[in-house]
Write a protein that binds this ligand. Structure first.
Ligand SMILES: [Zn+2]
Length: 128
């Protein structure tokens, strides 16, 4: 499945970042996804929940933010839309030159503050 390989990539990055900052776990992951990235946010979060088990991201919510699509309209100039409707959102021109829309990147990774840790260090295991 498309989404599961994306989530595996995300979890690799999250685990690397958590290790780099010495965080045993992360509390939230925010993902920015272009309108045309061809991923289903609900499938992404479901995959994340499943595959995050046993990683520092276990139990952390995945926020998926859809990015607006930006384009250049011959009549209006720079425009952006959040709909998969490729005519100009302000004048209806259908010759808008859309750019991007296929972005998919981690916008932020939150780690709990050190004094908020509720897991004893010994509860961490690298097995599995
Ligand atoms: Zn326009």
């Amino acid at each position: 499945m498309h989404e599961s390989s994306i989530v595996e990539g995300i979890l690799r990055i999250v685990s690397d970042e958590a290790a780099r900052y010495g965080a045993a776990r992360v509390s939230r992951v925010s993902l920015a996804v272009g309108l045309l990235a061809c991923v289903e946010p609900r499938t992404l979060t479901a995959c994340f929940e499943l595959l995050a088990e046993g990683t520092p991201a276990q139990g952390a919510p995945l926020d998926v933010h859809l990015l607006p699509l930006r384009g250049a309209c011959p009549a209006c100039g720079d425009v952006e839309t959040r709909k998969r409707n490729f005519s100009c959102p302000s004048c209806g021109h259908d010759a808008v030159h859309w750019t991007g829309g296929r972005e998919l990147y981690i916008a932020s990774i939150e780690v709990p503050s050190p004094d908020a840790t509720d897991l004893p260090a010994t509860a961490q295991t690298m097995e599995g």
